[in-house]
Write a protein that binds this ligand. Structure first.
Ligand code: F6P
Ligand code: MG
Length: 448
């Protein structure tokens, strides 16, 4: 944990043998690489159909690149500079220099010695390099099948959720502020628990939602270990009259995490915010390359809306039609920025992605979905559990923000004294099992 006198605390890393970071780098990352290779193998026929012999050759080269990568990881080789000349290549290579400067005794930056956050992001970026370097593979999303499957396997839950949403919208006119708040909090929690369904924690195993998500909420309540939802609500209400004309114009930004069921829960929440007049504009932020197995790309985002429109279910399809309309009229918009797929902690954003930081400053509320975003918010460091969230953000305060995250990595701040100890004694895996969650808020005004 945070060693007194060291600020910021050390990064989580596989160099701490037996830690979750260590186990991830040793076991889970190689498994993910193996699955990527399998996916390319399985799609061989398709590559041949689409691109003939060139497709087959590219597939072979990409597989050999990935097999080498797995070997580099497993034998803790120094990490290599990227060579693919993509828009973010220079930023990655420059970051490696920064990491090198942090290494003790001039040791090279390597898989088991460097920060876990950096190494895990680097693996996903190297997978992308394997594809970039081997056109026509460069457009292929190796995780697409898993994401599609997770969407289809959650159909029942999606239908229930869309039906619930459409009922709310029908009754919206007569809803008291108290009811509005109650329903907002429910959908916020659905979006929170949607984050259980990511595919990287299970190394790509099915993790879809099958039951009606609204029914499970009260049982899940006790697993929310920090619940600042009231502050999220107050922020939205306060943003209502903030337009110069006194009209409602609140803008909410959602930093998306996973495709499949989780994305639908985010879209449902966003629809409610607009339909209830709590926000005028929603800006979704996704990844510009396939990332951490299940993260949303532009293609996933558009595909999900199209599939929802085309569903053979009245309320699901009505929701999809409405979402398509929101996108068309600009009430909703989708954005990506290379910074989201760089390994940086978010406190680096003001310097390393000043344009993105400035644009987020225009938001009334930023919702950060998921575990990886939490790791980047807090820098993935060995914080004491009682350190304030604001402090762990280390100056990252573009606008009021809230993390909606189920815990899948051993970093957690903002707990009450004794809370972490109690959780550890009841449930030693509380930080990594995905069973617990936080709705953790920070406002720039509360900065100290
Ligand atoms: O180690 C589990 C893990 O791969 C983490 O690295 C990462 O934070 C998480 O899974 C991804 O979860 P999420 O999709 O919620 O960001
Ligand atoms: Mg994810």
């Amino acid at each position: 944990m945070e060693v007194e006198g060291i600020f910021p605390p050390l990064s989580l890393s596989a160099k701490f043998e037996g830690s979750f970071a260590y186990l991830t780098v040793r076991d889970r990352l190689p498994t993910i690489l193996t699955k990527v290779v399998d996916t390319l193998h399985r799609n061989k026929e398709n590559f041949f159909k689409d691109y003939g012999e060139d497709g087959i050759k590219a597939e072979k080269r990409a597989i050999s690149f990935l097999s080498k990568l797995r070997n580099e990881l497993q034998t803790d080789k120094p990490v290599l500079l990227l060579t693919d000349n993509a828009e973010d290549t220079e930023a990655w290579n420059e970051y490696m220099g920064r990491q090198q400067d942090l290494m003790e005794d001039g040791q090279p930056v390597s898989w088991f010695k460097s920060p876990w956050l950096y190494m895990e992001c680097y693996m996903y970026r190297r997978i992308q390099e394997a594809l970039y370097m081997n056109p026509p593979m460069d457009k292929f999303d190796v995780y697409k099948e898993g994401k599609t499957q997770s969407f289809f396997e959650s159909q029942q839950a999606i239908k229930s959720l869309c039906t619930y949403l459409q009922e709310l919208i029908t009754n919206m006119e007569n809803m008291t502020e108290m009811k509005l708040r109650e329903n907002f909090l429910k959908l916020l929690q659905v979006s929170l628990w949607g984050n259980k369904c990511d595919l990287s924690i299970s190394a790509g195993q099915d993790n879809s939602q099958r039951s009606n998500p609204i029914d499970s909420l009260s049982d899940l309540q006790r697993f929310i270990i920090v619940d600042d939802s009231n502050m999220v609500w107050s922020t939205l209400v306060a943003a209502q009259g903030s337009g110069s004309s006194g009209k409602k114009h609140a803008r909410v930004d959602i930093i998306l995490d996973n495709a499949g069921f989780e994305l639908v829960t985010d879209l449902v929440l966003a629809d409610f915010l607009i339909s209830a007049g709590l926000a005028k504009q929603i800006r979704f932020h996704g990844k510009s390359i396939p990332w951490f197995v299940s993260d949303v790309t532009k293609q996933d985002f558009e595909w999900t809306i199209m599939q929802t429109v085309a569903a053979n279910h009245k309320w699901m399809s009505a929701s999809g039609v409405q979402w398509k309309h929101f996108m068309k009229e600009g009430t909703w918009s989708y954005h990506d920025h290379p910074f989201w797929t760089l390994p940086h902690e978010f406190c680096d954003m003001p310097l390393d992605a000043a344009d993105l930081y400035r644009s987020l400053q225009g938001s009334d509320l930023i919702l950060f979905k998921g575990d990886l975003n939490y790791r980047k918010l807090t820098g993935d460091r060995k914080w004491e559990h009682t350190v304030l969230f604001d402090r762990a953000l280390r100056g990252f305060h573009p606008a009021p923000l809230c993390s909606l995250r189920t815990l899948k990595a051993d970093v957690q701040v903002g707990l009450q004294p004794g809370q972490a100890e109690k959780l550890s004694s009841q449930d030693p895996d509380w930080m990594t099992s995905g069973k617990y969650a936080v709705v953790q808020f920070s406002s720039p005004h509360r900065e100290q």
